[in-house]
Design a protein around this ligand. Sequence first.
Ligand code: CAA
Length: 690
Amino acid sequence: MPVVNYRLDGNVAVIEIDHPPVNATSIEVREGIAVALKDAAADPVVEALVIAGSRGIFIAGADIKEISSGISNKFPTLRDLQAQMEAVPKPIVAAITGTALGGGFEIALTCHWRIAAADAKVGLPEVKLGILPGAGGTQRFTRLAGPEAALEAITSGNPIPAKRALELGLIDAIADDALADAVVLARTAAADRRPLRLASEVDDKIAAVDTAIFGAFRKKLASKARGQLAPWKIIDCIEAACTRTREEAFNFEREAFNECRESPQRKALIHLFFAEREAKKVPDLPADTRPLPIRSAAIVGAGTMGGGIAMNFANAGIPVQLLELSQEALDRGLGLIQKNYAASVKRGSLTEAGMERALSLIQGVTDYDAINGADIAIEAVFEDMKVKKDVFTRLDAVCAPHAILATNTSSLDVDAIAAVTQRPQSVIGTHFFSPANVMKLLENVRSKHSSPQTIATAMSLGKLLNKVVVLAGNCDGFIGNRMLQFYSGEAEFLLEEGATPEQIDRVMEGFGFAMGPLAVRDLAGNDVGYSIRKARKIPADERFSPILQRVFEAGRLGQKSGKGFYRYDGRTRISDPEIMTLIEGVSRDLGIARREIPDEEILVRLLCPLVNEGAKIVDEGIAIRASDIDIVYVNGYGFPSYKGGPMFWAQDFGFDKVIATMQKLGATHGRRWRPAPLLERLAASGKGWS
Ligand code: CAA
C-alpha cells in the first residue's frame, strides 16, 4: 500500500500522506513525498500543490522510532524534502487537519501558505522528547510568530489550537473544509501569480528584537528546566534566529539538534514516550472488552483528595456529585474547589466562563441515596480499612447495578474492600495522587475479582481525565508506595550514619528530583508518614530507623507545624540545629559512629532500593512491565523525566552494581533488602528489562 497518495484536482496536485496510525514521516513517507514533489514540479499540467494527511490527521511528526535508530538521517531527510519544496516554483499549501506536530508542522511551515480546520492543533513538541525541532522549526516559527511566542511554545512543546495559531501568524486561515479551501487557495495563488511566501525569508518579527527578552526568559525557565539540555538549546536557537544571518542560524539549529539527539536525555525521554503508551495496554484483557461509558460520577469524601478528583471529572465535562455526610464538611470541600478554580483564573490558565462551566457540573450532596445514578463512585475517605469497608457496604446498597465502585486507597487491600460488596467484580482501586487536580498519574489497582470491563473502564479514565494511567496488582502500597518505603527508609538510615537532611535533599534534587526525600516528608506531614509506618508489618529481622517516630513525637510535623526535618519560613526551608541534635541522639543510642558520607553513596543507596523493590514487583506480576514503574515514578513521585525513571536508570547504571549495593544493604537492613532474584537473573543473562 502506498503511504503517500498523489492525485490531480484539475491543475492542483494533492499529495496526501496515508501512513497509520499518525502519518509520521518515516523513511517510506519521506521517499513518497520526494517522488510526489518531483512529479508535481515536472508536470506542466500542475500549477500548484497541496499537502494533506488522510484520516483526519496531517502529520504527527517524525517517526520517533527512527530517531532512536538513526534512520531519520537517511536520505531524503526532512531537510532534504524542505529544500526540494522551497525549490518548487509553484505555490504549495498545507491543508492541516487533526494535528501537525514536530516534523509534520515543520513541513507545513515550509509550505507557502497554511489552512487549518477549526479543531486542528499545531506545535513543536520535540522538547518533550529531549530534542528540538531540527528542520528549521525554531527558525520558521520565530520568523512567523516572533521570538516571544516561539520561546513559550517551543520550550513547552504544548500544542497550539488553530485559532491561536492564526492570531500568531503561524497559519493563514481556518476553514470548515481545510483540504477544499487549500486547493482553492493553491489554484488562486497560481492564477494570480502571487509571490511565493517562504517562512524562512519572512523577517518583520525578528528585525528589531530587544535581546534582553532572552536573558529574562532564561531566568524564568531556570528552575523548571533545571538539569535539562533541550529547553536551553531551544532558547539559543530562537536567539540565533533574531541575531544571526539566516544561514548561520539554520546551521546553529542543526548543530544544537545533533547535540540533543546524541544526549542520554533524548534516550530517556523517548523511552518514556513509548512507555506511557505501553502502560495503557493490559495484555490479559479479552480483545472485545469494552469500557463502561462514564456519563456521571460520584465521589465520596470532600477532602482535598475527593475535591481534586471531582475537579478532574468536571474539567472533562462529566457531571459529578460530591458526597459528604455533614453539610459543614461539604461546604468546606466545595469552598476549596472554588478557591482552586479561582486561583487558575487568576493565573490565567482558566477563563471565568470555564470556571463557571466546571463548577456547574459539581453537585454537593449529603445523602448516599442521591448518588444512585452514577456510573462510577470513587471513595476518597480516611485511609482506614474499617471506614473504607463501611463506605463500600453503603455504596453497594445504593449504587446502580452496573456502577463501578472504586477506592482511592493508596496502600490498603483492594480484595478486602471488594469482599464487603455483592459485586466484587465491579470493584477496583483508582489511586489518584495529591493534588489530584494537578498530578498526572492514575495508578489503577485490580483486585483478584475485578472484571475485564471494570479494568478497561478504570484504564479508560486515563484518556477521559487526561491522566497517565498504569495498572498495578493488589499488594501493600501497590507499585509506587511499596517501593517508596525502601527509598524513604534508606534516607533515614543515611541520617543515622552521618548524613544531614540538607545533604540528602541536595543530592537528590541535584539528580533532578523535584524535592528530596526529607523535604517531601515535611510536605506530606510527618504525622501522616509515621501513621503509615506504624501500620506496616515488617519481618522480625528488620527495623525502621526510629528517626521518623522521634521527629513526630517532637511535634515536628513538617511544613504545617513550621518545623520537621527543617524549620520553615512559609514554605522556605531553613536548616535547623535542633533536628541535628535529634538525629545525632539516635546515632548515639544505636551505637553508630557518624561519618562523612560521599554524595555518590547517597545517590546510589537511595536509588538502588527503589529499583530492587521494583524488580520484585515486576517478578511478582504486580507491575505488568518494568517501564510501567518508570511511568509511576516520573508522573507520581517527581523522578526526573530526563533520567527515564528508576528502572531505565538501573539498566544504564548496571544491574551488577545495583546487586552489589543491595548485597551490602541486605546484610545490615534485613532480608527484604537483599537483591531481587530478577536482577540476578538479568545480570547473569546480560539482558535488559525485556
Ligand atoms: N512516531 C511514531 N509513532 C508514533 C508517533 C510518532 N511521531 N506519534 C504517535 N505514535 C504512535 C504511538 O506510539 C501509538 O502507537 P501504539 O498504538 O502502537 O501504542 C500510536 O501512534 C497512537 O498514539 P497515541 O496513543 O499517542 O494516540 P493519541 O490519539 O492519544 O495521540 C498524537 C496522537 C497527539 C499524535 C500523539 O501520539 C503524539 O503526541 N505523538 C507524538 C508527536 C510528536 O512528539 N511529534 C514530534 C516527533 S519528533 C519530530 O518530529 C522532530 C524531528 O523531525 C526529528
